[in-house]
Design a protein around this ligand. Structure first.
Ligand code: SF4
Ligand code: FES
Length: 235
């Protein structure tokens, strides 16, 4: 089948603003959009720039807008989006080149969530690790699946309106630790969540949940964090 792909192009060394370039190629409906981009880069224009690494939905590096919605290019088949494909960088982060955006603000917000276990209590006297029941582990299982692709945060209208909003991905990270029974930092993280740029900026647009390639119920997780803020209950 013939595939037509229109790609946003921007080279800060040459271009005042971005533009689109269109490429036509022979492909298969089972090709991934990442395969199509690789073909264009390999056979048509080696200057085309985009991030990718694992090609299997694990590393989270190839989130981009495909036909107007955020997806991972490596998890999106041509048959899912059709033979006329438009690929653009995600919104809300500065474009550095072509499909590559500056991820620093995204990871700055991630780091603000204290993304590590906080527990200063002594370990059990028998030297064993801190134990956790299967039920307690299940409490935050969903939020451990995040691959930090930013598809959620960059599809959020509240984030587009105000880049200071921590954004859904950061809240998912906070959720992962707030509800971990071994962690003692929930108070600090809930304080962050209560700040102006915390969960109050979420207006439940659901874009995040729809965009997540890991099918994390992000809006539900944000709701659980909001509830914990109000009730102080972590169970
Ligand atoms: Fe990506 Fe989902 Fe994590 Fe958001 S929550 S960064 S969409 S994996
Ligand atoms: Fe790693 Fe797509 S290239 S998630």
């Amino acid at each position: 089948m013939e595939i037509t792909i229109k790609i946003f192009r921007y080279n800060p060394e040459k271009d005042k603003r971005g533009h689109y370039e269109t490429y036509k190629l022979e492909g298969d409906e089972n090709d991934r959009v990442l395969d199509v981009l690789e073909y264009v880069k390999g056979m048509e224009d080696g200057t085309l720039s985009f991030r990718r690494s694992c090609a299997h939905g694990v590393c989270g590096s190839d989130a981009m807008r495909i036909n107007g919605r955020n997806h991972l290019a490596c998890k999106t088949l041509v048959r899912d989006v059709g033979a006329n494909i438009t690929v653009e960088p995600v919104l809300g982060l500065k474009v550095q080149k072509d499909l590559i955006v500056d991820m620093d603000p995204f990871f700055d917000n991630y780091k603000k969530m204290l993304p590590y276990l906080i527990n200063d209590s002594p370990l059990p006297a028998d030297g064993r690790e801190r134990l956790q029941s299967p039920e307690d582990r299940a409490r935050f299982d969903e939020s451990t699946k995040c691959i930090l692709c930013a598809a959620c945060t960059t599809s959020c209208p509240s984030y587009w309106a105000n880049g200071d909003y921590y954004g859904p991905a950061a809240i998912v990270t906070a959720h992962r630790f707030i509800f971990d029974s071994r962690d003692e930092g929930a108070g600090q993280r809930l304080q962050l969540m209560a700040e102006t740029d915390g969960v109050a900026r979420c207006h439940t647009a659901y874009n995040c949940t729809e965009a997540c390639p890991r099918d994390i119920k992000i809006t539900k997780a944000i709701g659980e964090v909001k509830m914990a803020m109000v009730t102080g209950k972590l169970k």
